[in-house]
Design a protein around this ligand. Structure first.
Ligand code: GLC
Length: 556
């Protein structure tokens, strides 16, 4: 089958860690063989693409984002052949695969760093990383991991110089002013693309280049590096994509799409916390406001929308006041906080409220972009705030009530992380097997939601046009693509609401509800009145009466 070059626009991405998904050899760590076994499940959910967190050799001090060898597999997860088998198995099912290209930094155990620190000062080899005799250089640069780091410079006793790192002090930043580094990184990229990987998530790309007198983020030279990588991608491969991790305000993210000559996709970081804020405030304003500030992007580019991921719910892209509000509402317990954010999963953030979880997922599936589901959130998994760093949201996938949640047959003590055990999120209650059995389960509801979304291209490709009804507790928008016209109505409130919509532009058309295929009364001259239950959402297709005939009056 021909691949549509814009496949990523219609994708549903499932994000998981090999380590956390399924352990096939009872050593306590998930592996590629286990992941292959889990592919049916991912496919049945309706996902079309798997995004894997880093699986390369690593001291695992940053869960694999500290890479010590770029072109191999952490032996705990399998072999390169296992990876190839996984890739083939995914492709056979029509699933795409996105992996990580972590190029801003390496582990300090990487041979490049080991060579650099021992090479003479000012030598070519030393210059693979960013060094200084003066730890006051680049003063205007913020520290990202404020909980653990006090400076972006760390003294290296072997090199007798300070090295630069935007993240942990065991993760030295590569020096992209050095053309050898760029070439080496391109070869890493080619290595994985040649194996057949469909997309690369470009980790932490705003920080590739440093310059005096700037905040060392989003610099024009950084964009040059990305254009360079993209031109190699386009020249040598087809239908492969870059997904940008640029945790920045919308106007600063926009350049990462370039003129369709940088990244195909970028996470929409600022809208993420605002979906939570809008729900808790019962007011659509935070979402509408950030979308108003979101620039247009080129036609072949796409936002990636997410509710949760492997990191904390970052509050870097909100105002101080908004941050206080989020902490107060979603992280009263200090243990839930880390860096500038909240380390919790979706279900606990929603206090396990089924309606709340549903409407958040409805937003995930209907906001403009490609949705990313974080493994386990589709069954409402909980987290463990007693684990260090962000490990509380990285616990084993809960498959069944069997030992170790059906994740692994190892001794419990051998697991990379304990599974969640306490009610209401413990694996005895929350697991895939139980939810397969119950037609009302969250998992089965998620499958239906995704199936409905996949019927219409408008969700992935259409416009996003907010309506402005008086009742601000209701978020209403249109998604338009070719002859598809979808109306999404979301009651953010915990109480019933009514909303009057100005739909005069569509007079005569019939709203057909997408789940039931029930035709609603045609749109007339008067405001269109809808009554919404608590946290209720409705998706309609607006259809000309002739086409809607089959749906009208069938079920009374
Ligand atoms: C990215 C990853 C995060 C990691 C950081 C540093 O932001 O998402 O998990 O800690 O890079 O490598």
């Amino acid at each position: 089958m021909q691949t549509d070059p814009l496949w990523y626009k219609d994708a549903i991405i499932y994000q998981t860690h090999v380590k956390s998904f399924k352990d096939s050899n009872a050593d306590g760590y998930g592996d590629f063989r286990g992941l292959i076994e889990g592919l049916d499940y991912i496919q049945q959910l309706g996902a079309t693409c798997v995004w894997l967190l880093p699986f390369y050799p690593s001291p695992l001090r940053d869960d694999g984002y500290d890479i010590s060898s770029y072109e191999s597999i952490n032996p705990t997860y399998g072999t390169i052949e296992d990876f190839q088998s996984f890739l083939d198995a995914a492709h056979e099912r029509g699933l795409k695969v996105i992996t990580e290209l972590v190029i801003n930094h390496t582990s300090d155990q990487h041979p490049w760093f080991q060579r650099a620190r021992r090479a003479p000062k000012d030598s070519k080899e030393r210059a693979w990383y960013v060094w200084s005799d003066d730890p006051n250089k680049y003063q205007g640069t913020r520290i990202i991991f404020v909980d653990t780091e006090t400076s972006n410079w760390t003294w290296d006793p072997i090199a007798q110089q300070f090295f630069w790192h935007r993240f942990f002090s065991h993760q030295p930043d590569l020096n992209f002013d050095n053309p050898d580094v760029l070439e080496a990184v391109k070869n890493v990229m080619r290595f994985w693309l040649k194996m057949g990987v469909d997309g690369l998530r470009l980790d932490a790309i705003p920080y590739l280049i440093e310059r005096d007198g700037t905040n060392c983020e989003n610099l024009p030279e950084t964009h040059e590096v990305l254009k360079n990588l993209r031109s190699a991608l386009d020249a040598e491969y087809q239908n492969r994509i870059f997904l940008a991790e640029a945790n920045q305000w919308p106007p600063d993210v926009r350049p990462y799409f370039g003129d369709s000559d940088e990244c195909h996709m970028a996470f929409h970081f600022p809208v993420m916390p605002r979906m939570y804020m809008a729900l808790r405030k019962e007011d659509r304003t935070p979402i509408v406001e950030i979308m108003r500030q979101t620039p247009e992007i080129p036609n072949d580019c796409q936002w990636a929308i997410f509710l949760r991921n492997h990191d904390e719910l970052t509050l870097e892209m909100v105002t101080d006041e908004e941050r206080d509000y989020m902490y107060k509402e979603y992280a009263r317990d200090m243990r839930m906080r880390i860096n500038v954010g909240i380390r919790r999963r979706l279900a606990p953030l929603m206090d396990n409220g089924r309606r709340q979880i549903e409407i958040m997922n409805a937003l995930l599936m209907s906001m403009p972009g490609t949705p990313i589901i974080y493994y386990g959130d589709e069954i409402g998994m909980g987290d463990n705030v007693y684990l260090g760093d962000r490990n509380g949201v990285r616990t084993p996938m809960q498959w069944s009530t069997d030992r170790n949640a059906g994740f692994s047959e190892a001794d419990s003590a051998a697991l990379y992380s304990p599974p969640v055990v306490d009610p209401p999120y413990g694996f005895q209650g929350i697991n895939v097997t139980a939810q397969e059995r119950t037609s009302t389960s969250l998992l089965r509801w998620m499958r239906r939601l995704i199936a409905v979304r996949r019927e219409f291209k408008a969700f992935g490709r259409g416009t996003w046009e907010p309506l402005h009804p008086d009742n601000r507790r209701v978020l209403v928008f249109l998604r338009r693509y070719k002859d598809e016209l979808i109306l999404c109505v979301n009651n953010l409130s915990r109480f019933a609401q009514y909303v009057e919509l100005d739909l005069r532009e569509f007079q005569g058309m019939v709203p057909v509800e997408l789940y039931s295929k029930n035709g609603f009364p045609p749109i007339g001259e008067l405001p269109y009145l809808l009554t919404m239950g608590p946290h209720n959402f409705l998706w309609f297709r607006l259809m000309p009466p002739e086409q809607a005939k089959q749906y009208v009056g069938q079920r009374s």
